[in-house]
Design a protein around this ligand. Structure first.
Ligand code: HEM
Length: 743
């Protein structure tokens, strides 16, 4: 790179360039290209290889300020990881509303369809440490910082619309229970252990969330393929001061898709960075992830018309009762320049609001409002973390907050208090019309008490609703997840209590889980079910009860009907060896690319293969370094020698078997069909077409439209059917049969 040429020009083209946030960040970006090495004081360094010593074999000298500075800085490089949501990945982008929402809110960024509001989004898992695997079974954080012209608005949500607990006072208990156990710090990034299930088995309010966390929603295929939810009920407030309740949703353009638990376990070994890599690569390649913002708006007068309490974060508002209006678009189009400076130091807070949006009395939200700044004070080392570039609003900041560790602003003038006359009364308070924030004047006339609303105690109805809304495949996965999780629990009493709790959700569910555990569902559940009873109170008051529900099923809760019309950004492995049909490889690559999918050539070794007609076929990865779990689909091109070599290669056979087991799309042309036969995933008869390799007759497993085979000449039609199968994500109807395939 030429001296002085900026490194940032060397990577993919930068987007979000015109955003005010990017313009503000630009002054902090530093490139060392073409520059000399210096100390932190700007002194050029002559020798960065040797410390200063008394003679070439003598002791190091205390005088060596260069050595001391370098090592001191290194010694202090780590900051505490987030107490929860430590593992994450972030990206920049923008948000734009489709039409003015001035009918509902005075928030300016929701009023002007021409306005692009810059955002920074951080996705995360909750329980694991910063270095843990991306594929833990866990809730995913979905935190969005909108840098609006009226200040930062943070929508700090999750990919699941409800939460484990109803009251913030239980949050430390929940997190202590799910984190590694305190005596031996095991297991990492996993809920499958005694303390978690001990707590859950005593907390019936968590059952709705448990259903979601045991579903495949907790193992997303990609951060780009998950929904987001604000969870709590918030308020939108219009110019006249009218308030309406609102639930925030993010709906992904690519639909909601997940991996299987068996895949998740294997991905964790093959590529623990699978999801952050997927996000990074999608953005670098220009396939920008997109979501629509959805709102469920509820008039204040309707607050008490539901069979659940809008303030209860363990309940959702079914879309059948209040439809989701899609009001705007979020696009992520720029990766961070520096993980630590941006993704690690970003500080979200549900209390970062703009005028036009306000809180409700959800007791979980209220506790969160305290927690975030409090934890960030220690995580980021003092009260000035709002000055870190990623956290700075694009709106001007003026107040009388002063000093503290690492203060960067040079506040000029004599006064740092209000009211003042020496500073001309500045900074001034802003009237409502000038954007001054006024809390929604909710009328409250109540006794102080430690209590919850009556409907909070319906702990099971929506858990049952979720279970009933799942497809048979999804239900099967929930049963398996519970068998796995409870199977890792040593305490038999805990398992038994959990079976009793599941029986409250659905008897069939409990029965199926109990079968896997080799235990009976307790005939009578020992009361009280809810042990979180305050001292001196009657446990009867705190026992779960059911309110009559208006709906029994909600399609929006199942992933079965999600977007399944695109193969965009899906990853396809092309298995090849020397002698491969290079024309088929190139043809399939071209057709996949045209459909927006990506393909990689995987072979027994790296380098270039020699194709059947002598052409060079470059290899992307060797079979040693990847596995089919890192891909959405597999294609095996023709070429007799290649197919024979692959059939003799156990890792290639396993590759195809695993893809079959995980219900993925598989295609083969010409002699490539032989590998499918070698993997045992073809049926012997009847055969629709002569096996091109001449090895006899074979056909795809019956009724499996996600296995596409044909002759070398049929490449175009194979590709077409293959791409459609990829778009459908998985062929779940194969699952029962696939379980019999050893992989
Ligand atoms: C009383 C309940 C809760 C408490 C006390 C709490 C507390 C915390 C704390 C201390 C952090 C680390 C923040 C940091 O170090 O910067 C955090 C992060 C986070 N929390 Fe919560 N949390 C609660 C409930 C929730 C709920 C219900 C949601 C979802 C709606 C949620 C979503 C998140 C997300 C997404 C992050 C990660 C933010 C990031 O990417 O930096 N939390 N929470």
């Amino acid at each position: 790179m030429a001296k002085g040429e900026s490194r940032k020009n060397a990577r993919a083209p930068k987007r979000s360039g015109s955003s005010p946030k990017q313009a503000a960040l630009e002054q902090f970006r530093v490139s060392a290209d073409g520059e000399h090495l210096t100390t932190d004081q700007g002194l050029r360094i002559n020798d960065d290889q040797n410390s200063l010593k008394a003679g070439d074999r003598g002791p190091s000298l205390l005088e060596d300020f260069i050595l001391r500075e370098k090592i001191t800085h290194f010694d202090h490089e780590r900051i505490p990881e987030r107490v929860v949501h430590a593992r994450g990945a972030g990206a920049h982008g923008h948000f734009q509303v489709y039409q003015s929402l001035s009918r509902y809110t005075k928030a300016k960024f929701l009023q002007d369809p021409a306005l692009r509001t810059p955002v920074f989004v951080r996705f995360s898992t909750v329980a694991g440490s910063r270095g843990s695997t991306d594929l833990a079974r866990d809730v995913r954080g979905f935190a969005v910082k909108f840098y609006t012209q009226e200040g930062n608005f943070d929508l700090v949500g999750n990919n699941i619309p409800v939460f484990f607990i109803q009251d913030a006072v239980k949050f430390p208990d929940l997190i202590h229970a799910v984190k590694p156990e305190p005596h031996n710090e095991m297991p990492q990034a996993a809920s499958a252990h005694d303390t978690f299930w001990d707590f859950i088995s005593l907390m019936p309010e968590s059952m709705h969330m448990i259903m979601w966390v045991m579903s495949d929603r907790a193992i997303p295929r990609s951060l780009r393929m998950m929904e987001g939810f604000g969870v709590h009920t918030f308020r939108l407030v219009d110019e006249r001061g009218t308030s309406r309740f609102v639930k925030f949703h993010w709906k992904p353009a690519l639909g909601v898709h997940s991996v299987l638990w068996d895949e998740a376990l294997k991905i964790s070994g093959k590529d623990p960075d699978f999801q952050r890599r997927d996000l990074w690569e999608a953005i670098e390649s220009g396939a920008f992830p997109e979501w629509e913002l959805g709102l469920q708006i509820i008039e204040e007068k309707d607050e008490h018309t539901f069979e659940f309490d809008l303030l209860d974060p363990t309940k959702l508002v079914p879309e059948e009762l209040v439809p989701v209006k899609r009001v705007g678009r979020l696009v992520l189009d720029r990766n961070p320049d520096n993980f630590f400076a941006e993704t690690e130091q970003v500080a979200f807070h549900p209390g970062h609001l703009v005028s036009g949006i306000d809180f409700t009395n959800d007791p979980l939200l209220q506790g969160r409002l305290f927690s975030y700044t409090d934890t960030q004070l220690i995580r980021l080392g003092g009260p000035n973390f709002h000055e870190i570039p990623i956290n700075r609003p694009v709106a001007p900041v003026h107040n009388n907050q002063r000093d503290g560790h690492m203060r960067q602003t040079l506040d000029v003038g004599q006064s740092s208090y209000h009211p003042n006359s020496l500073g001309g009364g500045c900074p001034m308070q802003a009237g409502r019309r000038l954007g001054g924030f006024v809390s929604y004047p909710e009328a409250i006339d109540a006794e102080k008490q430690r209590a919850r609303g009556e409907k909070f105690f319906d702990h099971f109805s929506q858990a049952t609703l979720f279970w009933n809304s799942q497809s048979a495949t999804e239900q099967g996965h929930i049963v398996q997840a519970l068998r796995f999780e409870l199977g890792k629990v040593d305490g038999l009493a805990i398992r038994e209590r959990m079976l009793g709790m599941l029986a409250q959700v659905d008897k069939d569910l409990a029965g199926r889980v109990s079968e896997g555990l080799g235990m009976a569902v307790p005939a009578r559940v020992d009361g009280p079910l809810n042990l979180s009873v305050p001292a001196d109170r009657d446990p009867k008051e705190f026992q779960p009860r059911r309110f009559k529900q208006r709906i029994e099923r909600s399609r929006a809760l199942s992933m079965a009907d999600t977007v399944k019309d695109t193969a965009k950004t899906r990853k396809v492995a092309i298995l090849a060896a020397d002698g491969v049909d290079g024309t088929a490889v190139a043809g399939m690559q071209r057709l996949l690319k045209a459909a927006g999918a990506q393909s990689k050539v995987i072979a027994p070794r790296l380098g270039a293969l020699t194709g059947a007609r002598g052409q060079a076929v470059p290899v992307d990865w060797s079979l040693l370094t990847v596995g089919s779990v890192l891909f959405d689909a597999v294609y095996v091109p023709g070429g007799d020698k290649s197919a024979e070599a692959l059939a003799a290669e156990a890792s290639a056979v396993l590759f195809v078997r695993e893809a079959f087991k995980h219900c993925k799309a598989i295609a083969a042309s010409g002699a490539g069909v032989g590998l499918l036969a070698a993997a045992g995933i073809m049926e012997d008869s009847p055969a629709p077409a002569e096996s091109p390799s001449g090895r006899g007759k074979s056909s795809p497993a019956a009724n499996d439209d996600a296995i596409v085979v044909g002759t070398d000449a049929q490449l175009e039609s194979i590709a077409q059917a293959f791409i459609q199968a990829i778009a459908r994500h998985r062929n779940w109807s194969r699952e029962a049969k696939a379980q019999r395939v050893p992989a």
